[in-house]
Design a protein around this ligand. Structure first.
Ligand SMILES: Nc1ncnc2c1ncn2[C@@H]1O[C@H](COP(=O)(O)OP(=O)(O)OP(=O)(O)O)[C@@H](O)[C@H]1O
Ligand SMILES: [Mg+2]
Length: 260
């Protein structure tokens, strides 16, 4: 049976400032959801809250993964349960190579005694790096250290292909990519498509969605999803911007707001 990630009436604060104000979203295995929306409307906050970033305080609502309460899980338990995220700004880890990091991450998601063999790991990594047209040297470089913007994004997709999570949250995976890299990254995500993989893609540009056709498109404003539709919604946003959505819904300031 396909997995389900269900977010209900999620409210999230940072330093007592309310950022998310009732987010509802249901992602089934096999589905790709795109979340779009103007700057500062809470999209990355949603990604961080799902992954359990300690600064993001869930004040009410729920996140369930196949009936399991995600909010009860530590960050590593969430990863083990099958959640994956590629953050808008991936961090650099000096002293740990990309390959070491990946192998550790894979094994952390496995039972003791069922670790991936070095041979099998290398074979898989070589294969996926080839698919993503990555320079083989990238495997031995320190994680994200000195990686160009595009290399970081490609590397996030390498992690995705290697870790094979049930659900992935990809935050602006397309930002800063040249046209060829955009195609390669899309190829990687499409490679994951299947009934046991669900994905939430946060993006500003419809362009990415030309390569990865989403099943649903959501618009975020004021810390909640204010409108949902199919791929045609992204096309209209690309053509007309967000003003019509704001007018339709009577929203003046789409940001999360600075009110106390
Ligand atoms: N760690 C934090 N500390 C203080 N404020 C924060 C923090 N994280 C998010 N915010 C605030 O929450 C609001 C929403 O931020 P968020 O990063 O979720 O927006 P976004 O929709 O991802 O925007 P963008 O499209 O620019 O990436 C912003 O006003 C931001 O300043
Ligand atoms: Mg963001």
């Amino acid at each position: 049976m396909a997995s389900t990630l269900t977010i209900k009436d999620l409210n999230v604060s940072i330093d007592d400032k309310e950022i998310l104000k009732g987010v509802n979203i249901n992602i089934n295995g096999g589905e790709i959801h795109a979340v779009m929306g103007p700057n500062g409307t809470g999209k990355s906050t949603l990604a961080s809250a799902i992954m359990g970033h300690p600064r993001y305080q869930v004040t009410s609502g729920s996140i369930m993964l196949d009936g399991q309460d995600v909010l009860d899980m530590e960050v590593d338990e969430r990863a083990k349960a099958g959640l994956f995220s590629a953050m808008q700004y991936p961090s650099e880890i000096s002293g740990v190579t990309n390959a070491e990091f990946l192998r550790t991450a894979i094994n952390a998601r496995r039972e003791e005694g069922k670790e991936i063999s070095l041979m099998k790991f290398i074979k898989q990594m070589d294969k996926q790096m080839e698919l993503l047209e990555m320079d083989p040297n990238m495997a031995q470089r320190y994680l994200n250290e000195g990686f160009s913007g595009g290399e970081k994004k490609r590397n996030e997709i390498l992690q995705l292909l290697m870790l094979k999570p049930k659900f992935a949250i990809l935050d602006e995976i397309d930002s800063g990519l040249d046209i060829d890299a955009l195609k390669v990254v899309s190829k990687g995500i499409n490679e994951m498509r299947g009934s046991d993989f669900g994905c939430l893609i946060i993006t500003h540009y419809q362009r990415l969605l030309n390569y990865i056709t989403p099943d649903f498109v959501h618009v975020m404003m004021q810390g909640r999803i204010v409108k949902s539709g199919g791929p045609e919604l992204a096309q209209r946003l690309e053509a007309e911007g967000y003003d019509w959505v704001k007018e339709e819904l009577g929203i003046e300031d789409e940001t999360v707001g600075q009110e106390a």
